[in-house]
Design a protein around this ligand. Structure first.
Ligand SMILES: NC(=O)c1ccc[n+]([C@@H]2O[C@H](COP(=O)([O-])OP(=O)(O)OC[C@H]3O[C@@H](n4cnc5c(N)ncnc54)[C@H](OP(=O)(O)O)[C@@H]3O)[C@@H](O)[C@H]2O)c1
Length: 347
């Protein structure tokens, strides 16, 4: 292992729009030596998240931007190879912010605190339905959306990792009608056939406003917004009395640095007229409650009440191209990447 090379994708140039061929650079270096209190982790699986594009912008946000020359930040699951930390031992599988690289000398803190995988949880599952996107759906829908029996709920990017879980959680909580908005026939068919949604709107081929009018004639109690833009305006126009808009994401903006180019909320008076609210949140606000959410999500999955999909790429060399997939809807389910098999027997 010490003779291994450590490949790292580092940020080379900040993009002003979509990720470009010169945004990242693949470098090769020595495997790091963990310092006191650190662990040496070999990455096995990487998570791909739309927020990663936002972390490339040099502007104030909920966490600092990735610095030029720094390995690209990413949630990952890896195996502990060496440990100078009393809580971790070689062979264990751990989750953390380990980045686009083969090896990392990790401290116990970070955006996602380093945690051991619960027994029996596979690395891919720890990054998908039990990872940040599953947790985002859980806290966003339950704490911000507050679903009630009989609600009409609309979710955008509904066949994606976050949206699919959010809609199913609303259904579990007694929503009467859960409507998913997604791009393409295949994604829409999956929503109603396998993911417990009552209806689906293919925003690439259907008139979203007209279909919402048909499916939610009395208005929308919860809109779980993953995309912003024109779809948000359509849902805002149909929000019901005391409705809730969960501002989870705005991927239609592309998450570039020019926040001034984000579509204006031309009809926000709809919130006033309907005594409705729109509230943003970041999943990292809820770190202390992750164990509660993971236990509940695991139970719902085992009971067959939440279906989820994973879209698995391979090979660290393909990381930048894989991140781009999220912004064109090429992924179907949680975008993951497998980059290595465990080196040691799993402890
Ligand atoms: N607030 C938080 O803490 C938090 C945490 C995690 C994620 N998020 C947000 O949750 C959303 C979903 O993230 P995810 O990781 O679960 O990704 P995902 O939904 O699995 O994948 C992204 C999807 O976005 C859709 N999309 C891309 N461009 C679009 C556009 N212009 N208009 C409409 N839809 C578009 C595509 O689906 P289609 O094929 O259907 O177009 C694509 O598959 C993102 O906005 C993300 O930033 C927020």
């Amino acid at each position: 292992m010490r003779n291994d090379v450590n490949r790292q994708w580092v940020l080379k140039t900040r993009p002003s729009g979509p990720i470009q061929s010169d945004t990242f650079e693949l470098r090769q270096g020595a495997v790091p030596t963990p310092g006191p209190g650190e662990i040496l982790v070999r990455n096995l699986w990487l998570s791909f998240d739309p927020a990663q594009r936002g972390w490339l912008n040099d502007m104030k946000s909920y966490i600092p931007p990735v610095a030029i020359g720094e390995p690209m930040r990413a949630a990952a699951v890896g195996q502990v190879i060496e440990s100078s930390h009393p809580n971790f031992k070689p062979g264990e599988l751990v989750l953390g912010t380990f980045g686009w690289q083969d090896y990392v000398a990790a401290k116990s803190g970070g955006m996602l605190p380093v945690t051991k995988l619960p027994p029996g949880v596979a690395p891919n599952m720890a990054l998908s339905i039990l990872g940040l996107t599953g947790l985002t759906a859980y806290f966003g829908m339950l704490d911000i959306g507050e679903p009630k029996p009989g609600d009409v709920v609309v979710v955008s990017s509904a066949a994606g990792a976050t949206g699919s879980a959010a809609g199913q959680i609303a259904k579990i909580k007694g929503a009467k009608t859960v409507i998913g908005i997604a791009g393409g026939k295949e994604k829409c068919a999956w929503l109603t056939r396998e993911a417990h949604f009552d209806a689906a709107i293919d925003y690439k081929n259907e008139d979203v406003g007209r279909r919402l009018g048909e499916l939610a004639p009395a208005g929308i109690n919860i809109y779980f917004d993953n995309v912003g833009g024109a779809i948000l305006l359509q849902c805002l126009a149909r929000i019901a009395f005391h409705g809730r808009i969960v501002l989870c994401g705005g991927i239609s903006s592309g998450y570039g640095p020019d926040r001034g180019s984000v579509s204006p909320l031309t009809n926000y008076y709809s919130l006033l007229i309907n005594s409705a609210r729109m509230e943003g949140f970041i999943v990292l606000n809820y770190v202390a409650r992750y164990p509660e959410a993971i236990a509940q999500l695991m139970q719902w999955v085992k009971a067959g009440r939440i279906a989820y999909r994973e879209d698995i790429a391979e090979g660290l060399e393909n990381a930048p191209e894989t991140l781009k997939r999220l912004f064109v809807g090429a992924n179907f389910g949680k975008q993951l990447m497998k980059i290595a098999e465990p080196l040691l027997p799993i402890a």
